[in-house]
Design a protein around this ligand. Structure first.
Ligand code: ADP
Length: 352
């Protein structure tokens, strides 16, 4: 049976003794979607993937593929293909044998296997390496071999656990682009675990941000980036991270170091956190007085480390040469680029 590729987790929890690896996760993944599970180490991403694969059973809740309850089914009875960080290739087998292995297990007719292995190898561009053993391949080629082994089954769901993390930086970027192209052309629902926010932002159609065994936010990368719903999510998405500055809300208007900010008022008076991405900090003119502690030249642009009376912040500027360490500058923010969070709860406050 081939699936359409719709995946649903209903109120899923996973405990290891007293340890909650996952608490009450609700998730709907649409057919054909590239869906990232993003979060720091230990937040429950791999646990979720293992539950989807059928390698583990949830302590509570249900898992549905295309509306059918698969919670009790083992890995071999689910229409899924998994690629691990380690690739898990068989070292004594050739690339062709590694790729054909799942088909042999499924007792696919011999006559069909060779053609399907060729086709899978071609899709990931390793058809010239079929006679080699994994030890004779580069890291990137091993990764493609693992992908081909997943593709060859024509599964309805791909599960990828940090598949790029063993590659060096340059190869990781190239492979990322290729993975996106491959997933688009195959159209297979793909669940992708990563702790790397940039990877999730560039690859995913939608993503779920995991923290402490919970999903904190679900949305497209653009949505989560533009409207993080909590301080924790805001701090996790974006590089360099969003500036989070203590501010006081008085009759709906926040101020930093006694300077009111130019935002449409929210309600009330309390402690708030003002979030501004480094790229949205304006330097010059009228604003909060700050000292340049460090100028980090990135070539195309530069990052300024700033300190002001109430704390520190970072700003992305066009040209490192325009700034000197020790210089006093003024920083300000456009109303449309300001995120407001309640300091006590960490929740986003809506700025209209
Ligand atoms: P991630 O993939 O986001 O790094 P995991 O899903 O692997 O996180 O783990 C989530 C939490 O569950 C972690 O705190 C981890 O230590 C715990 N955990 C995972 N597997 C086990 C296990 N077999 N026994 C005990 N605790 C576990």
């Amino acid at each position: 049976m081939t699936t359409q590729g719709q995946v649903r987790l209903e109120n899923v929890a996973k405990y290891h003794g007293q340890v909650a690896a996952l608490k009450n996760v609700e998730l709907d993944i649409r057919p054909g979607e590239f869906f990232a599970l993003l979060g720091p180490s230990g937040s429950g991403k791999s646990t979720t993937l293992r539950l989807l694969a059928g390698l583990d059973k949830p302590t509570r809740g249900r898992i549905l593929f295309d509306g059918a309850d698969v919670t009790a089914k083992g890995a071999q009875d689910r229409d899924v293909a998994m690629v691990f960080q380690s690739y898990a290739l068989y070292p004594h087998m050739t690339v062709a044998q590694n790729i054909s292995f799942p088909l042999e297990m499924e007792k696919t007719p011999k006559a069909e296997i060779a053609g399907r292995v060729q086709e899978a190898a071609r899709k990931v561009r390793i058809e010239h390496l079929l006679d080699r053993r994994p030890g004779q391949l580069s890291g990137g080629q091993q990764q493609r071999c693992a992908l081909a082994r997943a593709i060859v089954r024509r599964s309805g769901l791909f599960l990828l656990d940090e598949p790029l993390s063993n590659l060096d930086a340059k190869l990781r970027l190239e492979t990322r682009t290729e993975l996106k192209r491959l997933q688009r052309s195959l159209g297979v629902t793909t669940v992708y675990v990563t702790h790397d926010q940039e990877e999730a932002l560039t690859l995913a159609d939608r993503m779920a941000v995991f923290m402490d065994g919970e999903i904190r936010q679900i949305g497209s990368p653009a949505e989560v980036f533009a409207r993080p719903n909590s301080i924790e999510v805001a701090a996790f998405i974006g590089s360099p991270p969003m500036n989070l500055m203590k501010a006081t809300l008085t009759d709906g208007v926040p101020s930093i170091d006694g300077r009111p900010l130019d935002v449409k008022p929210v309600s009330g008076s309390r402690e708030v956190i003002v979030g501004v991405r480094p790229s949205a900090v304006r330097i010059g003119g009228d604003g909060i007085r700050a000292t340049v502690d460090l100028v980090e030249n990135l070539g195309d642009n530069a990052i300024l480390d700033l300190s002001y009376e109430g704390g520190t912040a970072r700003a992305r500027v066009d040209d490192a040469a325009d700034y000197a360490e020790g210089q006093t500058v003024a920083m300000s923010f456009d109303a449309k680029n300001i995120h407001l969070f309640d300091a006590a709860s960490g929740r986003r406050l809506e700025v209209q």
